[in-house]
Ligand binder design. Structure first.
Ligand code: AVJ
Ligand code: FE
Length: 444
């Protein structure tokens, strides 16, 4: 199927408009600050999005000349320290209005971005960006690479924005976190043994990242999985039982982290006067008991051990989410396209919603919220499927992270674009990375 140019341009423009809207949420004086200490300052991301698109599609794909070699190098992925060196444990540090050495003025970033956008849109409309046999343009790979890359970074932006002081953000009119909802029951579902698809052949879908290929499946033994994500209310039992003070629940490296950084509760929680609050995007709210807890994988593993359970593997997630007695499906709920009734994704909210509030998104087995309302940590280290080949449009995308330090997350959060909701999409972070919108459920 040839590339639908108009659809690609529409998606590119939609991406750019959403990114702009996200930057517009912030006060100007945040521009050179680093909401997460070990990630780049905000200015980087405003240049990185169009810079990556220009570099990938126009320079590498079509072989065209630079706009500004200095800015292209500055905004390239290679110098983003988080990508290879960030630990999970960067303390957050916000504020600081000055312009640090080396970062351009905002006008300069905008002029570069406008020219990059102009050339990308022009190429999407007129150039030969879909060339069979071309290393970067076969099946228009570079086009989808840039479109999905920007969509993914919108989630990066949001979890960075999450850490900024409320006074530096403009809350959209009328927004209130949906804190209501009953705490769901502690329900376990028996998933029968069966085959789960993990990866697909490159040509079996319009686009996938290199780590989704080639075809790969696994035989999964029968197992039990919780119908619902672990909620704040349930996780509070672990905190109150002294879970963060007892090394028996923690892997040795995670216990060192708990001690060194005095970690005593999830990053999204804030204690005050003997009560717990949740740091929302725009408001501090009394800890919503029914929301899925957002934690690092290290904390998820400790909780599961305390409960006498474990995290699901990637293959078990696939089986629970996409399996059915009659074969696998495209989404947990079946073949219907994603919409707001099925789960909390595609920027439907700035914060989570109650676990169990979207039963129309349940899988064939009745497992809820597998896609949306927070990524789901698994116990599976991020690694290549047999026959993996790095993609030409972005060779470092996955391969740099096959280091045994990253684990797979599946599903989606409220800040995951609907275009990324496909069964083989794999996300990954370090086990002690506490910033992402990630929750978990137990399996046995
Ligand atoms: C796939 C979400 C882990 O944010 O580090 C963006 C995506 N890679 N630019 C990340 C990514 C390079 C990546 N994750
Ligand atoms: Fe990037």
């Amino acid at each position: 199927m040839p590339l639908d140019r108009l659809a690609a341009v529409a998606w590119y423009r939609r991406n750019r408009a959403r990114s702009r809207a996200l930057f517009d949420l912030l006060d100007e004086d945040t521009y050179y600050s680093r909401p997460i200490a070990l990630r780049h300052p905000i200015v980087f991301y405003e240049g990185h999005l169009p810079g990556f698109s220009f570099n990938t599609l126009i320079k590498k794909g079509l072989g065209r000349p630079s706009i500004d070699p200095r800015l292209e190098a500055l905004f390239a992925r290679g110098i983003d320290p988080h990508e290879s060196t960030v630990g999970a444990d960067g303390s957050s540090r916000a504020g600081g209005a000055g312009r640090p050495d080396g970062w351009p003025a905002r006008d300069e970033v905008h002029a570069f971005a406008d020219e990059a956008d102009r050339q990308v849109i022009d190429a999407l409309l007129k150039d030969d960006v879909d060339q069979a046999g071309h290393p970067l343009l076969d099946r228009a790979e570079a086009v989808f690479t840039i479109l999905e890359h920007e969509a993914m970074h919108q989630e990066t932006l949001l979890y960075m924005w999450h850490r900024l002081p409320f006074a530096q953000k403009r809350k959209p009119a009328g927004y209130q976190p949906r804190v209501e909802g009953a705490i769901p029951g502690d329900d376990w579902i028996e998933i029968p043994a069966g085959c789960a698809t993990l990866g697909v052949a490159r040509n079996a879908h319009v686009f996938g990242w290199d780590n989704e290929h080639p075809a790969m499946s696994a035989e999964v033994q029968a197992f039990r999985i919780a119908r619902h994500d672990v909620t704040n209310a349930r996780y509070l039992e672990f905190v109150e039982a002294g879970g963060y003070r007892d090394p028996q629940w923690w892997r040795p490296e995670d216990w060192s982290w708990v001690q060194r950084d005095a970690v005593a509760h999830p990053l999204f929680w804030e204690p005050d006067g003997g009560r717990w609050y949740w740091r929302g995007m725009f408001d501090l709210v009394s800890l919503p008991p029914a929301w899925p807890v957002y934690v690092s994988q290290a904390e998820a593993v400790a909780y599961a051990r305390w409960r006498g359970a474990r995290l699901p593997t990637e293959a078990e997630f696939q089986r629970a989410a996409y399996g059915s007695p009659g074969g696998e499906r495209t989404h947990p709920w079946g073949e219907a396209p994603p919409d707001g009734a099925r789960g909390v994704f595609d920027f439907a909210s700035w914060d989570p919603e109650a676990a169990g509030s979207h039963p129309k998104g349940a899988s064939a087995w009745g497992v809820e919220d597998l896609v949306g309302n927070g990524w789901e940590w698994t116990s599976t280290p991020f690694g290549p499927f047999p026959g993996f080949a790095a993609m030409a449009s972005y060779p470092e995308y996955s391969a740099d992270f096959f280091d045994g330090e990253h684990v797979i997350m599946k599903g989606a959060s409220m800040a995951t674009a609907k275009e990324l909701l496909r069964p083989t999409f794999r996300n990954w972070f370090r086990v002690r990375y506490p910033y992402v919108y990630a929750t978990f459920r137990c399996a046995t």
